[in-house]
Design a protein around this ligand. Structure first.
Ligand SMILES: Nc1ncnc2c1ncn2[C@@H]1O[C@H](COP(=O)(O)OP(=O)(O)OP(=O)(O)O)[C@@H](O)[C@H]1O
Length: 192
């Protein structure tokens, strides 16, 4: 098999375990190589009891803020874009995520979970993702599965990038995929 490219793209249907895999890989890397400089963010659900009421952005240095919510009724939010029943707080997302995507000389790895419809409402986000890709610094990112057989444009661009290796998760392979991505990343980071 050819050596994996520098962009590890995790995909699969909603709730299959993309964020879980990324957090587990991150934890394993921090444990085995504590000096690595890893930048980025992940997104996770916000629940009230059994009900999902939104999503939040969490930076890898532990800051967090809203990405989208069903509970927003402020005047300004009336103009916010929505995805299903969620209103997307683009400026909250940008203030947390964009600084994390700045390419620095000593960055070893970027993590972007995810490049999805909500995040892409930020017009600055995808250009920042492309700068990361062009930097040649390894990138571990997640993207949603195609809807009705089609990818949204940013996702299609990433999937077609020659540096990308795509890992499609299902319930039978997700634990093995986590191991594979971890070992491939360790290999890549040792030779970076
Ligand atoms: N390898 C796993 N083994 C057992 N449970 C898992 C595994 N991966 C994910 N889960 C469980 O499945 C649920 C959804 O996981 P997760 O949020 O990681 O999925 P996702 O693909 O990132 O979802 P989304 O598409 O909404 O972003 C969580 O409750 C999580 O605990």
């Amino acid at each position: 098999m050819a050596a994996p490219g520098k962009c590890f793209l995790v995909t699969g249907p909603p709730g299959i375990g993309k964020t879980t895999l990324i957090i587990r890989v991150l934890e394993a890397l921090k444990h085995s190589s504590p000096s690595l400089k890893i930048q980025g963010f992940y997104t996770r659900e916000v629940r009230e009891g059994a009900e999902r009421v939104g999503f939040e952005v969490v930076t890898l240095d532990g800051r967090k803020g809203p990405l989208a919510s069903t509970n927003i009724s402020s005047r300004e939010s009336q103009r916010w874009p929505n995805v299903g029943r969620y209103k997307v707080d683009v400026s909250s997302f940008e203030s947390l995520a964009l600084p994390e995507l700045q390419v620095k000389e000593d960055t070893d790895l970027f993590i972007i979970d995810e490049v999805g419809k909500m995040e892409l409402f930020s017009s600055s986000f995808f250009p920042a993702v492309l700068r990361v890709l062009e930097s040649n610094i390894p990138l571990l990112a997640s993207v949603p599965a195609p809807k009705s057989g089609r990818d949204i444009p940013g996702v299609a661009r990433l999937k077609n990038d020659p540096k990308a290796t795509i890992y499609t998760l299902n319930t039978s392979n997700r634990d093995a995929m986590k191991e594979q991505i971890y070992f491939n990343l360790v290999d890549l980071l040792q030779n970076h």
